[in-house]
Design a protein. Structure first.
Length: 104
């Protein structure tokens, strides 16, 4: 049994939980994969191609935006989405470090 002092930064913990919550849903993972395949894409193309309702797609994209996993850029009446690979990479690295530490 380890006897280490754990220091938790509540702000980082909240941000991390939002990211994990955002990627923990199969439909959001599907949306992220679709955005990744297209580099940047508008919401109409997302819901039409994936066969989703517009309102459901918008709700899931809002969660991904709130977690900081996607970037948005307005072009007239269209909003284009792209993945924030830096933020996603930090999250993946943090999870991998946690899993490595938990195996020790």
């Amino acid at each position: 049994m380890r006897k280490t002092k754990v220091s938790i930064n509540n702000e980082k913990l909240h941000a991390s939980s939002e990211i994990l919550r955002a990627v923990a849903h199969p439909l959001r993972m599907k949306i992220l994969e679709f955005i990744d395949q297209n580099e940047e894409i508008n919401v109409n193309k997302i819901y039409n191609t994936l066969g989703l309702e517009q309102s459901i797609t918008s709700q899931h994209l809002r969660i991904l935006r709130t977690a900081g996993l996607v970037n948005t850029q307005r072009d007239g009446k269209y909003i284009h989405y792209s993945i924030d690979y830096k933020k996603l990479g930090h999250s993946v690295n943090a999870i991998q470090r946690f899993l490595q530490e938990s195996r020790k």
